[in-house]
Design a protein around this ligand. Structure first.
Ligand code: CTP
Ligand code: MG
Length: 390
């Protein structure tokens, strides 16, 4: 039997109990659930992945996966069926002939680890079939309204995904279920019906399934709770130059003197960019936008700030707040503070209440006091991704 492993990601559900549209597209910590579920499959080194999406959202799911560029194993994104079982069946038809082993996973499980995928696959290779399962921890009651009986919880498991199977078993199981009109809520039950042994692979309750709003709230808490807040600082100074425009925080300020520099010499944006980069542990603006490079001649620094924010966002860093102090003897900046705040808040994607711009003079002391130039200090906090992240 071929060792090649294919995966089917079942992502075609309507998400009716969650009530936020197709569940695969629902964001968790800023990323759609389908990408959360794809990551462990990709990182487990599976050879090919087929994603089964809601028919009306197939193009959108394909676009999201492609845009991310980090899922090279995804072979196709195709429309699913009415029931989960139909969707997995559709996925089976799309795997290449060389695939000998199939991992089936639900897009509704964002916290699955590549390690769990590997363990389930390894167990399946021993017996032919395996499922991730968490031991039942609550006492189990059977009944509606009143208890009919208490079910001993020893030997009881909550079946999860990933599940892995010999391809021929899984195909046979689906064919039989279809022809016999059997409907199951997972793939294991279809294989069990054929009398094949299915290995239980102990998993944990962290591998939770997003079913209703409560699950999504819990998942959001887990994602958020594992993040950290980091702080960065930045400083910049530019000499005054008569006749140059004065641009601060991306705002053009009426003034007979501007600041000399290779770019628009926006000291506020420069200090803030360095603060952001510092918080993310990155190199400084001189490294990313070298003044020696003609590309940055006359650059609008606010646009560079937007680029820095986007670069950090790709690594999962988002600004929390920013605080800037400008030191200048002239011009009087306080009337322009609201415009500067609004401009920075826009660039950072923050509410204006999370951005402060303060101006002070140097009381005549030193070069700044002699009106030779202007300086800015910036501090900002960014939320850094934690353990649970894409
Ligand atoms: N699924 C699927 N095709 C379907 C139904 C479900 O691929 N026709 C997938 C879902 O996308 C999900 C997994 O099977 O990843 C488990 O299903 P469930 O949690 O029930 O998700 P939904 O069917 O989307 O939710 P609901 O039942 O509340 O509508
Ligand atoms: Mg469902």
């Amino acid at each position: 039997m071929s060792h090649r492993v294919g995966a089917i990601l079942a992502a075609a559900g309507r998400g009716e109990r969650l009530g936020l549209g197709p569940k695969a597209l629902v964001p968790l910590g800023g990323w759609p659930l389908v990408l959360w579920a794809l990551r462990p499959l990709q990182e487990a080194g599976l050879d090919e992945i087929v994603v089964v999406a809601p028919p009306e959202a197939t193009a959108e799911v394909r676009r999201l996966i492609g845009a991310r560029g980090s899922f090279p194993a995804v072979r196709s994104v195709l429309p699913g069926g009415l029931r989960r079982q139909d969707s997995v069946y559709a996925g089976l038809q799309a795997l290449t002939q060389e695939v000998g082993w199939v991992v089936v996973h639900d897009a509704a499980r964002p916290f699955t680890t590549p390690e769990l995928v590997a363990r389930v696959l390894a167990a399946a290779r021993e017996t032919g079939a395996a499922v991730a399962a968490a031991p039942a921890v609550d006492t189990l009651k059977e009944g509606t309204g009143t208890v009919r009986r208490t079910v001993p919880r020893e030997e009881m498991w909550h079946a999860q995904t990933p599940q892995a199977f010999r391809r021929d078993w899984l195909e046979e199981a689906h064919r039989r279920a279809r022809s016999e009109g059997f409907a199951g809520t997972d793939d294991s039950v279809l294989v069990e019906r054929l009398g094949h042994p299915v290995r239980l692979v102990p998993s944990c309750h962290h591998n939770l399934k997003i079913t209703g709003p409560e699950d999504l709230r819990l998942a959001e808490e887990l994602v958020r709770g594992s993040t950290t807040v980091r702080v960065g600082m930045g400083f910049d100074v530019h000499p005054f130059a008569p006749g140059r425009p004065l641009v601060l925080a991306g705002v053009e300020i009426p003034s007979p003197v501007g600041l000399a520099g290779h770019s628009d010499a926006d000291v506020v944006c420069h200090a803030l960019m360095d603060a952001l980069l510092g918080a993310a542990g990155e190199r400084d603006i001189g490294f990313w936008f070298p003044p020696s490079h003609p590309r940055w001649r006359g650059a609008r620094s606010r646009e560079l700030l937007v680029q820095v924010v986007a670069r950090l966002a790709e690594r999962g860093f988002t600004p929390v707040n920013a605080d800037v102090t400008v030191v200048a003897e002239e011009p009087l900046l306080s009337p322009l503070v609201p415009a500067m705040k609004a401009s920075l808040a826009g660039a950072l994607g923050l509410d204006e209440g999370a951005v402060a711009v303060k101006a002070t003079t140097a009381e005549g002391l030193g070069a700044l006091g002699r009106r030779e130039g202007m300086a800015a200090w910036a501090v900002c906090a960014v939320r850094a991704p934690g353990r649970w992240r894409i």
